[in-house]
Write a protein that binds this ligand. Structure first.
Ligand code: EPZ
Length: 403
């Protein structure tokens, strides 16, 4: 049995750094994962005027490094679309933001129309010139905003903008991911007035926010990836330091597939002696099955007994990794947003290429189970979201090395 500790959540860490732009006072963040997306968001807020010190052990201190700037560097937004959500804090603090539109990526066009629509409702003037968004607002006004889709990033961006707006903002049909709730918890420690009901988030704007100390939640997607590593290799893995109720959808599907799970409050152990059973998956906003576990789950199902169907409802094209699984011997057909998987007895190692973070994780899982060696190119994508994955898997008994 191997043991691994969950890292801090990438998708909680990134908005937490953006939220530090909302105050002049020092902010202390704990359990920040050592991943390249964190390096990118730190570069972003540093470029915007913050000073960030790594105090070791995943703790970072963010202080003022001079006047807050209104312009975000293109190269940082280009390589990580999540950094687009600095537009809300900058508009709230400075009344102005100049942010490049993020490019698309392998999982879809990833527009930011819901971010911009919400900011316009709050009174921002927004123009787009040569791929750059120029946003200005005398002072953002608290308004009622309906999100056509419960977008995680748009919800986080608009909450941050609303914390310093004049009056109350109500966001209906918001995202309810644990990472959104973690951002809200941090903002409340900073003095933001935020209330949650089951259908909307209400933010009463305040004049200014103070600093805060906040430990971010564990990464449910990383934890789920390691549980699937046990499932696909027939091993036994205990993932510690998790919040198990963030993983109810995955837990249900692993149990349906015949994986043995021991569930405690802060750890989950997965073990698998038999060949697992096929199951059907439909990705959905939280608490539905996470789109970020779709690719790792497909790798696991490629070796399950029977036919599985995966429906990806969150992103329009998140199957780029399937061609790579097929190179390893998987039997998968995709039609639109549906992948039909027929489990095979075994996979055979070969060269494959990682298209994005979760696609890369899926290829590692498949490589762990495949006969022979699998080489994964562009593995840098994986390091964007997984701390020290080679050493963590080696400690679990995997034969994996970085070349
Ligand atoms: C966040 O991305 C996560 N990233 C993603 O994780 C995750 O897959 C996604 O939420 C869904 O859970 C971070 O939190 C940094 P969305 P985000 O806005 O905010 C459409 C990973 O691997 N949409 O909820 O960009 C969009 O195109 C990454 O860790 C609009 O149409 O996701 C997509 O189809 C990948 N207009 C859907 O909503 C908008 O203005 C969900 O996107 C915004 C989004």
């Amino acid at each position: 049995m191997g043991r691994v500790r969950a890292q801090g959540a990438k998708n909680a860490a990134l908005p937490a750094f953006a939220a530090s732009l909302l105050t002049d006072k020092p902010v202390l963040l704990h359990r920040i994962p050592a991943i390249s997306d964190v390096t990118t968001i730190i570069a972003m807020i540093t470029a915007l005027g913050k000073r960030v010190d790594a105090l070791g052990g995943g703790t970072f201190r963010i202080e003022n490094g001079g006047r807050l700037k209104r312009e975000a560097p293109y190269e940082l937004v280009r390589c990580m679309r999540a950094s687009f959500f600095v537009i809300g804090p900058l508009l709230a603090r400075l009344g102005e933001a100049i942010i490049p539109l993020p490019g698309g990526c392998t999982i879809g066009s990833r527009p930011v129309d819901l971010h911009l629509k919400g900011l316009r409702v709050m009174g921002a003037e927004i123009e787009q010139r040569q791929g750059i968004i120029h946003a200005t607002a005398e002072r953002l006004q608290g308004r009622s905003i309906y999100l056509d889709y419960p977008s995680v990033g748009a919800t986080e961006d608009l909450i941050m903008a609303a914390t310093l707006a004049a009056g109350e903002t109500r966001i209906s049909n918001p995202a309810g991911e644990p990472e959104v709730l973690d951002l809200i918890a941090m903002l409340q420690k900073m003095g933001a007035q935020i209330e949650l009901s089951d259908s909307e988030i209400r933010v009463a704007g305040v004049k200014e926010l103070t600093g805060a100390e906040h430990e971010i939640i564990p990464d449910r997607i990383e934890a789920g990836t390691y549980l699937l590593a046990a499932g696909i290799t027939g091993g036994a893995v205990e993932v510690e330091g998790t919040i198990t109720n963030h993983l109810t959808a995955l837990i249900a599907k692993l149990q349906e597939a015949g994986i043995e799970l021991q569930i405690k409050d802060e750890s989950i152990t997965a073990s698998n002696e038999e060949r697992s059973q096929a199951v059907d998956i439909e990705t959905m906003p939280y608490p539905g099955f996470s789109t970020d576990l779709q690719a790792p789950m497909a790798a696991f199902l490629a070796l399950a007994r029977g036919k599985s169907m995966i429906k990806e409802t969150v992103f329009e094209s998140r199957f780029a990794y399937i061609a790579e699984l097929i190179r390893l011997g998987a039997d998968i057909q995709t039609i639109g947003r549906t992948a039909n998987i027929t489990g095979v007895e075994h996979l055979n190692g070969t060269q494959v290429r990682a298209a994005d973070i979760r696609a890369g994780a899926a290829l590692i899982l498949a490589g762990l189970a495949a006969e022979g060696e699998t080489q994964i190119e562009d593995a840098g994508h994986i390091d964007r979201g997984y701390t020290d994955i080679v050493n963590k898997l080696t400690a679990l008994g995997a034969q994996i090395e970085r070349r």
